[in-house]
Design a protein around this ligand. Structure first.
Ligand SMILES: [Zn+2]
Length: 82
């Protein structure tokens, strides 16, 4: 879950892991630790027709989530981070 200073000033002021409520480290509006962010709009053929879901997970909770996958995540090394 993300909180911004205000609607007019978009500076990020708080990121909390939705799973465990851990507050992630921020410096001047930038995340200083790993965070998995999801922002997804469900399509017409889903049970959540046109609903948007957003959440953030700390790295520990992300690791626990993917550890339960029957098929592992695809892992690709990126040379540059945006
Ligand atoms: Zn967490």
């Amino acid at each position: 879950m993300r909180k911004y200073e205000s609607e007019s000033n978009g500076q990020l002021v708080q990121v909390i892991c939705n799973q465990c409520k851990k507050e992630l480290k921020l410096e001047n509006g930038y995340l200083k630790e790993g965070c998995f962010s999801a922002d997804f709009v469900f399509g017409y053929f889903s049970d959540r027709d046109a609903l948007r879901h957003r959440f953030d997970l700390c790295e520990d909770c992300y690791n626990k989530l993917i550890a339960g996958f029957q098929v592992p995540v695809e892992e690709i090394s990126e040379n540059e981070l945006l």
